[in-house]
Design a protein around this ligand. Sequence first.
Ligand code: PAF
Length: 285
Amino acid sequence: MQTVKSLHVLRTALAQLRVENATIALVPTMGALHEGHLTLVRRAKEAADHVVASIFVNPRQFGPNEDLDAYPRQLAADAAMLEAEGVALLWAPDAAAMYPPGFATNVSVAGVSDGLCGAARPGHFDGVATVVLKLFNQVAPDMAFFGEKDFQQLAVIRTMARDCDLIAPHADAIIGVPTVREADGLAMSSRNRYLSPGQRAAAAALPQAMQAAVAAIEGGAAAATALAALEAALIAAGFASVDYAALADAASLAPLEALGPAPARLLVAARIGTTRLIDNLPVGA
Ligand code: PAF
């Protein structure tokens, strides 16, 4: 596996991979890799001739009160994991390569970015959309893989790709991969490392309460009733607060009062100690 830090070397390395119409899948990450990321790589490997992974801790998606400097960085360990999975190329630019002096563009996807995590983290999805559009243009992959764990992020990226008529990748080639979970159901996340043993045990209440809410909504309960029970269960389990618990249309993320004919999603963000956990589940699928 070749690790590349400058755009002109990336272009040369990509040209070498693309011989005889070989296909390329991109797996964008911010590093601190876990089994969830490696699952994306494995899915990408099944689908394309070559996998390109990116590691870039994107400053533009961190708010002023979110500690960019504290974000875990472990490039050598991450590179070893990616190499073991058969990744062909690791694109690992620094901030100066990604955002050279004079960089002035902001990509903003209205609507789907606004509620849920977008309300709690103003500007976050602009930062995501901006860097992902750049990554897509830098690598021009045939397909790209993202975890459904960040369901709103996936919706923002798909909307951007559709609205901008992207061709590499096409919106239909942006693949969402189901969330990888620990044995007790907690969604894998680089943030789980911040939980104390007690918080980690209590965090299992999140997927459990969400499954109960999904069952209630699928059984005909009003969303408000099921979501209130979910919030109460999380607080009883030791969560400090619930940022949001919502039933939403799976494509637009518009709030729903009850399950209708279209695919729906239950999305939750809740804090345990100072750690903010997010999760989501399909409803009525
Ligand atoms: O999900 C992430 O790791 C990041 O938000 C992404 C998509 C790599 C953009 O920085």
